[in-house]
Design a protein around this ligand. Structure first.
Ligand SMILES: [Zn+2]
Length: 157
């Protein structure tokens, strides 16, 4: 055989999907002067405990916000995608989580949640897209409880 040449190929594969679970322990106690007080952890996403003690992390929330508000998935489809990734979330839980994302990203502006979530997140996703700023990076950075309020491209409308 002559004129032998190498043929190069690449195969791209998604990494194995494995949920990264972080267990946080904070403390709560009663002070005779201040009443009930509690400690916080820098990675904490909210102060919820009890049935809301399992929360989505910053990247999971960012992905959910992007799929919902930039890609346009319905909550049911979004649940299906997140379940493929091993996250068990309900449509209602996601709606609440994304309302919290919208409140945080609109600088703590306590807007009438459901109605404004879509406007705020869609507007931010669009602005990020126009400025080639990664929307998921923006959301992920802003979401931990300890994160400072983000400086963002202005929300239109
Ligand atoms: Zn005290």
């Amino acid at each position: 055989m002559d004129r032998v040449r190498d043929i190069e190929q690449f195969i791209e594969e998604v990494p194995p999907i494995q949920i990264h679970l972080t267990r946080l322990i904070t403390q709560r106690g009663h002070c005779p002067h201040c009443g009930w007080v509690r400690t916080t952890h820098p990675m904490q996403m909210s102060l919820s405990s009890g049935c809301a003690k399992v929360q989505l992390g910053p990247m999971a929330l960012a992905l959910a916000a992007d799929l919902k508000h930039r890609i346009g998935l319905t909550y049911r489809k979004l649940c299906s995608v997140l379940r493929l990734l091993g996250l068990s979330v309900s449509a209602g839980g996601l709606a609440q989580a994304l309302a919290r994302v919208a409140r945080k990203l609109s600088c703590g502006n306590k807007t009438d949640a459901g109605r404004c979530t879509w406007q705020i997140l869609s507007s931010l996703a669009t602005t990020c897209s126009q400025r080639t700023h990664p929307f998921t990076g923006l959301v992920a950075a802003a979401m931990p409880l300890s994160a400072p309020l983000p400086s963002l491209p202005a929300v239109k409308g």
